[in-house]
Write a protein that binds this ligand. Sequence first.
Ligand SMILES: Nc1ncnc2c1ncn2[C@@H]1O[C@H](COP(=O)(O)OP(=O)(O)OP(=O)(O)O)[C@@H](O)[C@H]1O
Ligand SMILES: [Mg+2]
Length: 251
Amino acid sequence: MGHIIATVGKGGTGKTTLASLLIRHLVRLNKRPILAIDADANDNLGDGIGMKKAGSIAWVTDDFFKNKANFPEGMTKETFLEQQLNLVLTEGKDVDLLVMGHPEGAGCYCYINNILRAQMEKLGTNYPYVVVDNEAGMEHVSRRTTRRIDTMLLVADFSAKAIKAAGRIKEVANELALEVNRMALVLNRAPADISPLAKAVEETGLPLWATLPNSAAVLENDIQGQSVFTLPDNDPVVTATGELVGKIVKG
Ligand SMILES: Nc1ncnc2c1ncn2[C@@H]1O[C@H](COP(=O)(O)OP(=O)(O)OP(=O)(O)O)[C@@H](O)[C@H]1O
Ligand SMILES: [Mg+2]
């Protein structure tokens, strides 16, 4: 199984941007192929890395339940579902993308979540690195989107609330005894002087692995609908995430 990196944290703090940048650096470091997993029902990791999804797990399962009877003769429905799920992966030159998606109608994510986890475990062995972008909050942590995480990055913007939320997610992961090898805090959109929130950071008990500045280029990129691959190498967020990837890869 490859090294699994997951981004978690409060809404809008930069999880998807960070996951996308991690993928960019891993590609540059030749740690290919990389498996990118979008475990946020409102998926947008594909936009971040400039890939258009060819399908999602939810599309397959919705279709499966709608057309119950319509699978080829001589094939069990389990085999059919498995075959369809194998087609969900969006293959790219350096990166393959697996999207969970959202099932139609109301209902529980448990089903597609379990499929996602099974697919991840099956596929993960083919990739040296797997990057999982999660939805906001801690529900997915209790849903156990992933069985095992090697590096869990708790993303917070420069606010006491987001930093506290990161600390709480850490607690939940510990309480549930999730198999997480290490957890680290990433402070996004932070000023050069983080001392006003240094105490809040300390109280999380998390090691601070990166502080990323606010970047006009990152924001502009988002507005223009460009992927992180178009950001200049010398953008401060690009260099800071490069150092972060160095830490992850080394350890
Ligand atoms: N360092 C940064 N400088 C400038 N803009 C940033 C930075 N990091 C993130 N952003 C912008 O902030 C917005 C939210 O970022 P992003 O989508 O990565 O957050 P998220 O945590 O994935 O959100 P969600 O919880 O909705 O999934 C985006 O418009 C993104 O471009
Ligand atoms: Mg996101």
